[in-house]
Design a protein around this ligand. Structure first.
Ligand code: ADP
Length: 401
């Protein structure tokens, strides 16, 4: 069995003059996992997360990092907090310096890095969260989503092994929430261990690979989202509702409309399943839409806008903070900013063309994901790279087959 990166053993905690916030909490967080601590307000989620980097100390029980019990002297705590990065729900609690740059530099400076290494860490972290150019801005003038990204950059600059986010999307509008969740996806795709707390079951179902369900300071269940969220009794005990997609799937299964197997995680998976199972097979489509793919680092805004004008792409989406910044700067209207690949596949399946704008390693990811979908579904989909030079020429579409 993999050694857990973080582990709690029978942890209890009571706030001074307060209620018992945690009673006998034992969980294991494996390296590289995406875990969501889910529960209603007051369940003990934040208290539990604060145990993980030593901000709170259990009254009884033990917290272990990499198999070793936490020590609570200053030096051990400093070392631990470098490895277990904590992003508070309210970024105003976390952001302390007068400029974005100084704030992100705070951690690396405290770690004793050289000025050059600090500059590199700040530049890389701001680039990662899509905030290059914000260096001299005072954080308190930024939007909620931007502040959140500054707070994330500050943690990222210390290169922790684990990222802990207390309610990462609370108080953010839908678009900013999507951006933050996409950032968490990128962190996890890069092999980091990510933990969030949330009461949003839809978000947790879609995002997490492990759910820890909490209520009244206890763990009610721990397991894969489709298992934990299919248990209505447990959810009722936690005063939560099942995710809509899973609820619908389970009801259709109970009525015998579709066979119950592994529940779908996305609209694309769900619609494919219904189509296959109600029609006996996936229908052979004689015309599918094309998915254009462009690297925002390799194309000018004017070229891309000219391409969009001329091409048949009816839908445009961007993946990753850099690509979204590029689109905003160039005033390219984005229809999709989250779940972009799936949405473009859904459009291709009904014969409509779309364009995905992204950068770096995500280009390969798009090819891979669409290739996997084509192989699994038997429905070959064309991904066409838009290159700077090519975008000057009339669009020629290779025929499939
Ligand atoms: P959640 O994050 O799930 O909303 P919390 O961990 O914040 O839950 O709270 C768990 C319990 O501890 C609640 O009953 C809450 O009122 C209490 N609590 C949280 N923080 C404090 C505090 N600083 N002082 C006293 N009681 C607190």
């Amino acid at each position: 069995m993999t050694t857990p990166l973080l582990e709690t053993d029978n942890v209890t905690y009571t706030y001074p003059n307060g209620p018992a916030a945690l009673t006998g909490v034992s969980v294991r967080i494996t390296p590289g996992s995406k875990t969501a601590i889910v529960g209603p307000n007051g369940a003990g989620k934040s208290t539990f997360l604060l145990m993980l980097n030593g901000m709170l100390r259990p009254a009884s029980g033990e917290v272990r990092f990499s198999g070793r019990p936490l020590a609570y002297d200053n030096r051990s705590l400093r070392d631990l907090r470098r490895r277990v990065g904590f992003v508070f729900q309210n970024p105003d609690v976390q952001i302390i310096a007068p400029t974005v740059e100084a704030d992100v530099a705070f951690g690396p400076v405290n770690l004793g890095l050289s000025p050059d290494a600090v500059r590199r860490a700040v530049r890389d972290a701001l680039g990662y969260v899509g905030l290059r150019g914000y260096e001299k801005r005072p954080p308190h003038h930024l939007s909620g989503g931007e502040k959140k990204r500054v707070a994330i950059a500050g943690i990222l600059a210390m290169e922790p092994a684990v990222f802990v986010f207390d309610e990462p999307t609370n108080t953010l509008d839908p678009a900013s929430s999507e951006e933050v969740m996409e950032l968490l996806d990128e962190l996890a795709a890069g092999g980091r261990t990510v933990l969030i707390s949330t009461h949003d079951v839809e978000l947790a179902y879609r995002w997490a690979d492990t759910i820890i369900l909490m209520e009244h300071g206890r763990v009610l269940a721990c397991g894969p989202p489709e298992e934990v969220f299919s248990d209505h009794t447990l959810l009722a005990a936690a005063r939560l509702k099942p995710p809509a997609l899973l609820d619908l799937y389970n009801e259709l299964g109970l009525r015998g409309v579709i066979d119950r197997g592994v529940p779908p995680k996305s609209v694309l998976e769900f619609t494919d399943r219904i189509e296959r199972e109600t029609r006996g097979r996936a229908p052979a489509r004689d015309k599918t839409g094309k998915i254009y793919l462009c690297n925002a680092d390799r194309i000018g805004g004017d070229e891309l806008k000219a391409f969009i004008e001329r091409s048949t792409a009816e839908h445009v989406g961007a993946m990753g903070t850099r690509a979204k910044e590029f689109a905003n700067r160039e005033r390219i209207l984005l229809e999709y900013t989250y779940g972009v690949i799936d949405k473009c596949i859904l459009k291709a399946l009904i014969g409509e063309d779309s364009l995905i704008i992204t950068t770096g390693g995500m280009i390969e990811h798009v090819h891979r994901r669409i290739g996997e979908y084509s192989a699994e579904s038997g429905q070959a989909l064309a991904v066409i790279a838009v290159q700077e030079s090519e975008s000057q020429r009339p669009v020629r579409v290779p025929s499939r087959g």
